[in-house]
Design a binder for this molecule. Structure first.
Ligand code: AGP
Length: 611
């Protein structure tokens, strides 16, 4: 959940690293630091955002051609200057940054303390570094070998990068479970948690795999496994533009990403869905169609917003493919010892592709013979790599911590998968298939109208921003959308909000309703419409304030609700890609109205790489 950046080459390292850390700040931002090699090792670190580190270094001699940098999301040791990275070895000659968790660090710390080592921080990282240092001393070996020996003894997840005063032209890096990408330049190399700090310098990158170690010099990149065998680096060309990372004129990444959805959903369908021809082309699905269509059940494993996309997919897959679906919270699934049969199909949904709970859950399921189908946004990420097959969501880099465009892209991919399986399985007739592929194809053209509700939603945000609680209600396909709306509001505005199936209200939550409680109904036209109308009456009868997201032309609910947000009409199966947009906007505008940092909400990080 931290961001790491490193550089070695002819350029001034500090500005490259600082800029990179700012790009990665969405991964964690409670403290940061750099280590620079310039006639000796200089380490500077500070609690708070990267800007505070930058401020504290004004006037210092920061010249260096090699350096490492880190922006932190605390796991072991509270956010503070002393727990910030980089950490230094006892002899002051090594500095190291780390993203991940060393699970057996207390045991290692005990061993080192017996040898007289002391520790200036509470972190697992400092323990690993001094463990490496101790191996180097006792085995009289080089740093690379010491790292290899040490990593065979640690359990947990890590990306580490070390800089060595005695070997100023070499950085050592290694990875297991956390992401690391290396950018190849002319006589220089860039290391980072993802490509965003690298892209403005080079598009040639190497994604480092688990248990790989990198020896990086200005004009040389050597990859080895922990068995000291050389590995040929697999160079990939990045297909994203810097602008995709920048805010593109929007005040926040979250708003930019909400407004990108007509394009991102289109990009997601492009080259896959052809409504005119009535075809869906997805190699990952086609190559595994027998397992998918003959699956006894499908389990969808995910966290947070991706779990909500999985819940929509449950309704869609069961409806179209007549295959039972279970949607699992990855954090529970990984420890619940679920019953997995050989050949069971697991769909892993993840924007970052690095969420630890989802990653470990599917690793365990794969060991038991399940087939893993990944639905992932970040190309080359861990979940993508360990999946047997998959489909990328092509939503582009999602920088805002609150997931928005990735959610609608996940829905588009999961709906295409369901349609493809149903078509191949013959569980829907051609008329319905053609109707739905056309409905799906039209979504990117309907999203702009949903985005045009922004001004109306902004007014509602001003009206309801001081509410203490919110309820979000929906039925059928709109129930998961209600859950997603509530999650967005919680994440961005820190207002307590709950999503519920609307009919569940009378089994308890309706006791919460009074004139101070805004109740958001996701009530677009569907087979539950009459039912949701009576649910709205139940709330109105108890003076609740009803905000309803309705379909164009719905003149029933528009007369009942206190406030309505109108989105284009669409088949209920694809409507969640429209009805969620006003909810994304409502959370955003309430967050902004409350003066909150909507791109970096408190206590949250974009990619949760530790459990
Ligand atoms: C959503 O806005 C949050 N950022 C969070 O719930 C997120 O969806 C969850 O951590 C899963 O992340 P993933 O999709 O990258 O696996």
């Amino acid at each position: 959940m931290c961001g790491i950046v490193a550089y070695i080459g002819p350029k001034e390292a500090y500005p490259v690293i600082l800029k990179g850390l700012k790009r990665l700040e969405y991964r964690g931002y409670d403290s940061s630091g750099v280590a620079l090699l310039n006639a000796g090792l200089k380490v500077y670190k500070k609690k708070g955002k990267v800007a505070e580190l930058e401020e504290s270094l004004v006037g210092k001699d920061l010249h260096a051609n090699a350096g490492i940098g880190h922006t932190r999301w605390a796991t072991h040791g509270e956010p503070s200057d002393r727990n910030a990275h980089p950490h230094m070895s006892a002899n002051g000659k090594l500095a190291m940054i780390h993203n991940g968790i060393i699970e057996n660090y207390t045991q290692l710390k005990g061993e080192l303390q017996k040898k007289g080592y002391t520790f200036s921080s509470d972190t697992d990282t400092e323990v690993l570094l001094k463990f490496i240092e101790d191996i180097q001393l006792n085995n009289d070996c080089g740093l690379e070998e010491a790292v290899r020996i040490a990593l065979k003894r640690v359990t947990g997840a890590y990306v580490i990068v070390l800089i060595d005063q005695d070997n100023p032209d070499t950085l050592i890096a290694a990875r297991k479970g956390s992401p690391l990408v290396i950018g190849i330049g002319k006589g220089e190399h860039f290391l980072a948690s993802d490509a965003s700090p690298i892209i403005e310098y080079t598009k040639e990158v190497v994604y480092i795999n688990d248990y790989e170690l990198a020896i990086v010099r200005p004009d040389e990149l050597i990859l080895k496994n922990l068995g000291n065998e050389k590995i040929t680096p697999f160079v990939t060309k990045l297909d994203m533009e810097l602008a995709a990372i920048e805010k593109g004129g929007y005040e926040h990444f979250m708003l930019k990403e909400i407004f990108e959805q007509p394009h991102t959903i289109f990009d997601c369908l492009r080259g896959r869905l052809d409504a005119a021809a009535g075809t869906i082309t997805m190699a990952g699905v086609q190559n595994n169609i027998e397992q998918l269509k003959n699956a006894n059940r499908i389990m969808i494993v995910a966290c947070g917003t991706s779990w909500h996309a999985g819940l929509v997919a449950e309704y869609v897959i069961e409806e179209l493919c007549r295959i039972p679906v279970e949607v699992e919270y990855a954090s529970e699934f990984r420890y619940r010892n679920p019953v997995i049969h050989k050949g069971d199909v697991i769909i892993a949904v993840s924007q970052s592709g690095e969420t630890a709970d989802t990653l470990v859950a599917i690793e365990k399921a794969k060991e038991q013979g399940a087939i893993i189908f990944g639905v992932v946004n970040v190309v080359g990420s861990s979940i993508a790599r360990i999946s047997n097959a998959g489909a990328y969501t092509h939503a582009g880099p999602e920088i805002g911590v609150a997931s928005t465009k990735a959610f609608t892209a996940q829905l588009a991919v999961l709906t295409m998968i369901a349609l493809k399986i149903a078509y191949e399985k013959g569980t829907i007739d051609n008329k319905r298939f053609m109707h739905l592929v056309n409905e799906l194809q039209e979504i990117p053209d309907k999203v702009p109208a949903a985005l045009q509700t922004a001004d109306a939603v902004q007014k509602l945000a001003a009206k309801y921003k001081d509410a203490k609680d919110f309820l979000y209600l929906g039925r059928g396909y709109n129930f998961p959308v209600a859950l997603e709306g509530a999650l967005k509001l919680k994440e961005i505005s820190y207002i307590h909000a709950e999503g519920y199936p609307a009919a569940e209200m009378k089994h308890g939550p309706i006791a919460l309703v009074d004139e101070s409680l805004p109740v958001v109904f996701v009530a677009t036209k569907d087979s539950y419409h009459e039912k949701i109308v009576s649910n709205i009456q139940e709330i109105k009868a108890r003076k609740g304030k009803v905000i309803a997201v309705i379909s164009e032309g719905d003149d029933v609910i528009s007369k009942m609700a206190d406030d309505v947000i109108v989105v284009p009409a669409a088949d209920e199966l694809v409507a969640p890609m429209l009805s969620v947009i006003p909810l994304q906007l409502l959370a955003y505008y309430i967050g902004v109205a409350k003066g909150l940092d909507v791109d970096k909400p408190r206590n949250l990080a974009k990619s949760v790489t530790v459990e």
